[in-house]
Write a protein that binds this ligand. Structure first.
Ligand code: DQA
Length: 148
């Protein structure tokens, strides 16, 4: 049975831990990946974890996920607020999509209040730090269980 979840991260998230730690915290993306792998394995799920600063790579991973995955957890970072192309790609993906933001985007600049990705996401988590990723995986696991 398919148990694969894609975890996709947008631009500048490779600098997590070094980048504006007062907003994004001190944990690195490597820490996030380790936590995601732990939570996924507790639920019998497998993950593909990716980060890119290039919009097309994120789109290509979404296309790849169409063939193989039961869900996508995506932190599109700045592409959240700009990318119709990522929205269009997500609209080709049928299973669950959870949008995650480490910071509470609604408490920040007004340009961060609008998300193209939210027009597709089944759920949105913002402001819970990197814990948001684990909660998103748990949600996908739960939905997958109840489908059986
Ligand atoms: C972010 C919020 C975005 O507005 C910002 O561009 C990011 C990270 C977050 O995780 O809080 O790069 O998605």
């Amino acid at each position: 049975m398919n148990r694969l979840v894609y975890i996709l991260n947008g631009p500048n998230l490779n600098l997590l831990g070094k980048r504006q730690p007062h907003i994004y915290g001190h944990e690195t993306l490597t820490n996030v990946e380790a936590e995601c792998r732990k939570v996924a394995s507790e639920h019998g799920l497998e993950i593909r974890f990716h980060q890119s600063n290039r919009e097309y790579e994120i789109i290509d991973w979404i296309h790849e996920a169409r063939e193989t995955a039961i869900g996508i957890v995506i932190n599109p970072a700045a592409f959240t607020h700009t990318s119709v192309a990522i929205l269009d790609a997500l609209n080709t993906f049928e299973p669950t999509v959870i949008e995650v933001h480490i910071s509470n985007v609604h408490k920040r600049e007004t340009f961060r209040h609008h998300s193209y990705v939210s027009l597709r996401a089944d759920g949105v988590i913002a402001g819970l730090g990197i814990q948001g990723y684990s909660l998103a995986i748990q949600r996908i696991a739960r939905l997958n269980e109840t489908k059986k």
